[in-house]
Design a protein around this ligand. Sequence first.
Ligand code: COA
Length: 189
Amino acid sequence: MRARVIRAYFWVSGQKPQIPGLSLYSEFRKGRRFVSITVQRATTNDLAILYQIERECFTIEAFGKEHLAFLLEDPNAVGLVAQMNGKVAGFIIGLIRSALDGTKVGHIYTLDVAIEHRRKGVGLRLLNDLERIFVEEGVDTCYLEARLDNVAARELYHKQGYVEVERLEHYYHRGVHGVRLRKVLKTSK
Ligand SMILES: CC(C)(COP(=O)(O)OP(=O)(O)OC[C@H]1O[C@@H](n2cnc3c(N)ncnc32)[C@H](O)[C@@H]1OP(=O)(O)O)[C@@H](O)C(=O)NCCC(=O)NCCS
């Protein structure tokens, strides 16, 4: 089946866009031009560029290519890739698991935005779209982890409504701590 393309526009000129019928990204910044962010399902065909961005983002801590392929091929995984003006700008991969109480839990494994495309709304857009798919799939709660010193990621997650629920001592390496964050996506009946 052809991957579903989710399209939105990111208006950054400081004026409200007047394009009826489009889903518009509600962020305005002065002095920039109109750019589009297109999000679609990631597949193993995207592996080479995803791995390149993963290395750019995480250097020695990057997932290996095999690990990324393994995640993308997992039937419980949701991988999304974002393009800006036709160029791959970032990606996100999350997994859906069933909890013992029968609820579905989402876990975000990686969120990567290429350096040249940062602070343009790509990270937030990927997170939003993944959460929407999680909700469609019946996920109640979403978890993720971030390094304690990763200010950009923690700010992004706070902005998106994530709450830090646990400090993870030596989670990444000895002396490199993390935090676990959680967001309730929908309230169980
Ligand atoms: C974290 C990351 C995904 C953010 O992606 P991005 O596309 O640049 O983020 P956005 O443009 O959507 O930013 C949304 C908000 O997040 C926060 N934010 C993003 N980058 C930030 C930074 N460097 N410093 C402080 N806040 C930041 C801001 O609140 C921002 O809103 P604003 O630009 O209106 O101030 C990106 O920096 C990245 O790929 N980093 C390396 C990989 C990584 O750390 N991934 C997360 C692992 S847990």
